[in-house]
Ligand binder design. Structure first.
Ligand SMILES: Cc1ncc(COP(=O)(O)O)c(C=O)c1O
Length: 395
C-alpha cells in the first residue's frame, strides 16, 4: 500500500497549465492565459532590490517578513481600505499562493470541507485538495437577464453547502476569472453566517485595489470583521505592482495566531527572499501608489478594448467585470473550452485559459467560457482578440 495520501496522488495539471504547456515561451504566440500584465516590474522597485543585494542583504530574515515591511502593509491597509490592522495580524510567508496554503493549514484536517465560491482560479482548490479538504463549489449564477448583466451569488445555495465538517468559506472578490465583486451586504451575510456556525472565512483580496468604479478598494471583509473573527485575508504584490515573479504576498489572520504563525512560517519557507522584501517596501511607497494608478489605467484601457471588440461580435459576450483584469468570455455554442483553447494555441497562436479550468469537472457551464487577461499592451491585446475572432469564423 502506498504511504502517499490519495488526495496528493489525485492531483493532476489544471487546464491553464495544460494549455500553456503547448506553447509557453514561443515568441509568435500572444499570451493572454496567465494572470499577469506584460509590463516589467517598475525600475524603482527593481533598483531597491538590487541595492539590497549590493548591500549584502543575502541572509535569512524574519520568517514572517521584516517588521518595516509589515508596518508598511499596515499603512497600506489604512490608506486603501481605511482599516486598522495590528501588525501582529500580518504575516508575509512568501507569495499569496503560500498565504492560501498557510491559511488552509491552520484550518483543515483530513475529511473537513471548504466551500468555495466559483468560478475560481484553480490553484485555490488544488491547494485545498492538497491539504486534504473535500471541495464544495457554490458557483455564481451568470445572470444574462439582469440589467446590467451580472454574476449573482446565491447565498442560500452557499450556506446549504456548509455542514458540521465545513471549516472555511473561500471567497475571492474581485474574482478571478469573473471580476465579480461582492457587495458589503453579501459580505455581512457571509460573516454573520460564519460566526453563527464557527466557520472561518478565507477572503482572497489580491485584486482589492483593481476596481473600476473609482473607489480605492473593493469592499473588504476587514472593514466589517472584528479582529478576533476567524478571518484570513490573502493579498499579493503580484498584480497591482507587476511583481508576479517575485513571489511575495501577505496574509492577515486572527491575533491568536501570532505565535503559531512564527512557527508555521519558519516551517513552510522561513519567509520570502530578503531582497524581494526590499522591493516590496519600495512598492508601498508613494511612487508605488502612482504606479498602481497607472496599472489600473492600463487595465481600464484593456477592458474598454475588450468591450469594443464584443460590441461588434454576436457569438462572444461577457458580464463586464467590476474588478480584476480578466475577461471571462462566453462563446455561444462552445462546449469544449479546453479543445478550443488548444486549437487557439496550436493553430491561431493566441494563448487563453479554458473556462473548464475554473471549477469542478462536472460544471458544464464553465465549458462555454474562455479567460483572457487584458492587462496588456493595447495593440497586442487587439491582435490577440482578432486571432480569437478568426478562429471562430474559421476553426
Ligand atoms: C485569486 C488569486 N489569488 C492568489 C494568486 C497568487 O498570487 P501570488 O502570485 O502572490 O502567488 C492569484 C494569481 O493569479 C490569484 O488570481
Amino acid at each position: 500500500m502506498s504511504p502517499i495520501r490519495p488526495s496528493i496522488l489525485g492531483l493532476t495539471h489544471n487546464g491553464i497549465g495544460r494549455v500553456s504547456s503547448l506553447g509557453l515561451g514561443q515568441p509568435d504566440i500572444i499570451p493572454l492565459w496567465f494572470g499577469e500584465t506584460d509590463l516589467v516590474t517598475p525600475s524603482f522597485i527593481r533598483e531597491a532590490a538590487k541595492r539590497a543585494l549590493d548591500d549584502g542583504a543575502t541572509f535569512y530574515n524574519h520568517a514572517r517578513g521584516m517588521m518595516a515591511l509589515r508596518e508598511a502593509l499596515r499603512d497600506f491597509h489604512k490608506r486603501t481600505a481605511d482599516v486598522d490592522v495590528a501588525v501582529k495580524r500580518i504575516s508575509v510567508p512568501g507569495a499569496a499562493t503560500l498565504a492560501v496554503v498557510t491559511a488552509l493549514q491552520c484550518l483543515i484536517e483530513t475529511g473537513d470541507n471548504v466551500v468555495i465560491v466559483s468560478p475560481i482560479w484553480p490553484s485555490i482548490f488544488q491547494a485545498a485538495q492538497a491539504v486534504g479538504a473535500e471541495l464544495r463549489f457554490a458557483r455564481l449564477d451568470d445572470d444574462w437577464q439582469a440589467s446590467p448583466q451580472r454574476w449573482r451569488l446565491d447565498l442560500d445555495k452557499l450556506f446549504a453547502l456548509c455542514d458540521a465538517r465545513t471549516k472555511a468559506i473561500f471567497v475571492c472578490s474581485p474574482g478571478n476569472p469573473t471580476g465579480w465583486t461582492a457587495t458589503r451586504e453579501e459580505q455581512q451575510a457571509i460573516l454573520d453566517f460564519a460566526r453563527r456556525r464557527g466557520i472561518a472565512i478565507i477572503s482572497d483580496e489580491v485584486y482589492g485595489t483593481l476596481v473600476y468604479n473609482g473607489s480605492r478598494h473593493a469592499p473588504s471583509f476587514l472593514q466589517i470583521a472584528e479582529p478576533d473573527d476567524n478571518l484570513f485575508v490573502i493579498n499579493s504584490f503580484s498584480k497591482p505592482w507587476a511583481m508576479t515573479g517575485w513571489r511575495i504576498g501577505w496574509l492577515v489572520h486572527p491575533p491568536s495566531l501570532d505565535e503559531p504563525m512564527d512557527v508555521i512560517c519558519i516551517a513552510n519557507n522561513t519567509g520570502p527572499a530578503t531582497f524581494a522584501q526590499y522591493g516590496a517596501m519600495a512598492a508601498l511607497s508613494p511612487e508605488g501608489d502612482k504606479f498602481r494608478a497607472e496599472m489600473l489605467q492600463r487595465c481600464r484601457t484593456g477592458r474598454d478594448i475588450v468591450q469594443k471588440f464584443l460590441d461588434g461580435h454576436n457569438r462572444i459576450r461577457w458580464i463586464k467585470p467590476d474588478g480584476a483584469f480578466y475577461g471571462f468570455l462566453h462563446v455561444d455554442g462552445l462546449a469544449n473550452s479546453f479543445g478550443f483553447a488548444r486549437d487557439l494555441v496550436l493553430k491561431h497562436r493566441v494563448g487563453v485559459s479554458p473556462g473548464s479550468a475554473f471549477g469542478p469537472d462536472n460544471e458544464v457551464r464553465d465549458d462555454s467560457y474562455l479567460r483572457i487577461c487584458f492587462a496588456q499592451d493595447p495593440e497586442r491585446l487587439g491582435e490577440g482578440l482578432s486571432r480569437i475572432e478568426k478562429a471562430l469564423s474559421n476553426p
